[in-house]
Write a protein that binds this ligand. Structure first.
Ligand code: LLP
Length: 445
C-alpha cells in the first residue's frame, strides 16, 4: 500500500486541484483516479463513446449564459456560433435567451434546423457569398453586418426593405492578442477603418441602398483579449463614430455591437476575464460618451463565444505509446492536430491530466503529441505527467469546448471525434464520430 493510499488527504493533493475556470463546473474526483463530469465517470464515457472524444458540460454552458445575462441585463448577448455550433448547443443557447451570431449559410442551416428565432440572429463575415446572403435573407435574419463596399451593393440588390444592417468598423484598437486573431487593428481584412474615413463612406453607401436600413455599428477587436481597457477604448471610439454619423447624415443610430473576444484561462495562472469589471466599465464608457455627444443610449450587443463554451469542454484521449527520445519523452495519443490545431496555429498551451487509475505521485515533463504526419503535431509541451504513464491510459485535456469541434479537420483521413454532452448523470451524443463511410461518401471516384 502506498503512502497516498494510507493518507487519503495526501492522495487528494497528489491528484492535484481541479483548477476552477479551466475545468467544467460539474467536474469532481471519482474513485480510483477517475473524474466525474456531469456526474458521469470519464472512464465510462471513454468506454461508451471511444476516444478521442469531445465532452461538453451542459451545466457550464448554461451557467455562463446566465452569468452574462445577469452581469449585463440590458445588453443583448449574442453567442458567437463559430466557437462551437451543434444543434444541441444552439438549443441550449436559445433556451437561455441569448441571441446568435452566425457567419455562413452552414452555421445558419444548423440554427434554422432548431428553429432558432431569426429575430435574434446576426449574420457576420468578411466574405459573404451570394448563397450566404440569400440564405440570410430567406430566413429573415434580423441583422446583417456588412464588411465591404461590394457586399453593400450585392446585399442592396438582393434584399427587400427593410433589411437591418450594421456596418463593421475597424476601430484601430490593439487587443494585445495573437496576430492571427487580432481584428481591431488597421491593415487586416475585417471591417472599415474608422481612422481613414472608410467607415463613414460605408455608412453613406448603405444609406444610398433603398432596400437597406442602417441600424447601427459593429466592431470586434479580436479574440482571447483579457484587457478590459481595450474594449473600453473601442466602445468610446465607436460612440464617437456614432456622433460623427449623426452630425454628417442627421441619423441617430439605435444599436452598437461591441463584438466578443473575452479571454478564458487555458492553464493555471493564465489571466482570466473580469466580466463584472467589463460590464461596469463598458456601460460607464458608453453612458459618458453618449451624454457628452448628446446622443441617446444605443441598445448594446456583445458576442462572446469562447467565454460561453470554452471551459465547458474536455477532450478525452487514449495514450497509444510512450516513446523516450534523446532528450524528451513523447506521449503519443489517438488524436492530435486534426481535433486541436490551436497549438500549431496560435501557440496555444494546454494542461493535461491523466485519469482512470491511480498513478505514481512522481512525474516528469513530457511532450504530448498527436498521430498526424508532421513533427509540429504537438498538443502540449512540457507538461508533467506521472512516471508510470503507459499505453492504454486516458488523458483529459480541459478547456477544449471552443474552437476545437469547429476547427477540426480530416487530416490524414482521420474521422472527427464525437461531441458528447453530459448533464445530471446522463451522457448524450450530440454529434456522432465521423466514420470511414462518411469520409468516402464525398469522394465520387
Ligand atoms: N464576433 C465576431 C465578429 C468574431 O469574429 C468572433 C470570433 C467572435 C464574436 C467571438 O470571439 P470569442 O468570444 O469566441 O473570442 N479560432 C480562434 C478564434 C477565432 C475567433 C474568430 N472570431 C481560436 O481558436 O482561438
Amino acid at each position: 500500500m502506498t503512502l497516498a493510499e494510507l493518507i487519503p488527504t495526501l492522495g487528494e493533493s497528489l491528484r492535484g486541484q481541479l483548477e476552477p475556470g479551466i475545468w467544467p463546473r460539474s467536474v469532481c474526483h471519482g474513485t480510483d483516479g477517475d473524474l466525474l463530469l456531469g456526474g458521469v465517470p470519464l472512464t465510462q464515457l471513454a468506454a461508451r463513446f471511444g476516444t478521442p472524444a469531445y465532452l461538453l458540460d451542459e451545466l457550464t454552458v448554461r451557467q455562463h449564459c446566465r452569468e452574462y445575462r445577469s452581469a449585463l441585463p440590458d445588453v443583448e448577448i449574442a453567442y458567437a456560433g463559430k466557437s462551437m455550433t451543434s444543434r444541441g448547443v444552439l438549443r441550449w443557447i436559445a433556451e437561455e435567451g441569448l441571441s446568435l451570431d452566425v457567419c455562413s449559410a452552414g452555421e445558419l442551416a444548423v440554427a434554422r434546423s432548431v428553429d432558432f428565432p431569426a429575430s435574434r440572429i446576426l449574420f457576420h463575415g468578411n466574405v459573404k457569398t451570394p448563397e450566404d446572403l440569400k440564405a440570410a435573407i430567406a430566413y429573415g435574419v434580423d441583422r446583417i453586418v456588412v464588411d465591404s463596399l461590394d457586399e453593400i451593393e450585392q446585399l442592396g440588390a438582393l434584399a427587400r426593405y427593410p433589411q437591418n444592417v450594421l456596418v463593421r468598423v475597424t476601430p484601430g484598437v490593439d487587443g494585445h492578442t495573437h496576430k492571427a486573431i487580432a481584428t481591431g487593428v488597421e491593415d487586416q481584412k475585417f471591417g472599415f477603418s474608422l481612422r481613414s474615413g472608410a467607415a463613414l463612406e460605408a455608412v453613406a453607401r448603405v444609406l444610398a441602398q433603398p432596400s437597406l436600413r442602417l441600424v447601427g455599428l459593429h466592431c470586434h477587436i479580436g479574440s482571447q483579449v483579457s484587457r478590459v481597457a481595450s474594449f473600453e477604448e473601442a466602445a468610446r471610439l465607436m460612440v464617437g463614430l456614432m456622433a460623427a454619423v449623426h452630425s454628417r447624415f442627421g441619423l441617430t443610430l439605435s444599436q452598437l455591437d461591441l463584438g466578443g473576444g473575452h479571454a478564458v484561462p487555458y492553464r493555471c495562472g493564465d489571466s482570466s476575464f473580469d466580466l463584472q469589471g467589463y460590464a461596469d466599465r463598458i456601460l460607464r464608457a458608453v453612458n459618458f460618451e453618449c451624454s457628452s455627444h448628446r446622443l441617446p443610449l444605443p441598445r448594446l450587443t456583445i458576442e462572446p463565444g469562447r467565454a460561453i463554451v470554452g471551459s465547458a469542454g474536455v477532450t478525452l484521449y487514449r495514450v497509444v505509446t510512450v516513446k523516450h527520445g534523446v532528450s524528451r519523452t513523447f506521449v503519443a495519443v489517438d488524436g492530435g492536430m486534426s481535433d486541436n490545431p490551436r497549438p500549431s496555429l496560435y501557440g496555444a498551451r494546454y494542461s493535461v491530466r491523466p485519469v482512470g487509475r491511480r498513478f505514481s505521485p512522481t512525474g516528469h515533463p513530457v511532450t504530448v503529441v498527436g498521430r498526424h504526419c508532421e513533427a509540429g503535431d504537438v498538443l502540449a509541451e512540457d507538461v508533467v505527467l506521472p512516471s508510470d504513464l503507459r499505453a492504454g491510459d486516458l488523458l483529459a485535456v480541459p478547456c477544449t469546448g471552443a474552437y476545437h469541434h469547429s476547427l477540426a479537420s480530416n487530416y490524414n483521413m482521420v474521422g472527427r471525434p464525437p461531441v458528447v454532452s453530459v448533464h445530471d448523470g446522463v451522457a448524450r451524443l450530440l454529434v456522432r464520430r465521423e466514420t470511414e463511410e462518411d469520409l468516402l461518401s464525398r469522394d465520387l471516384g
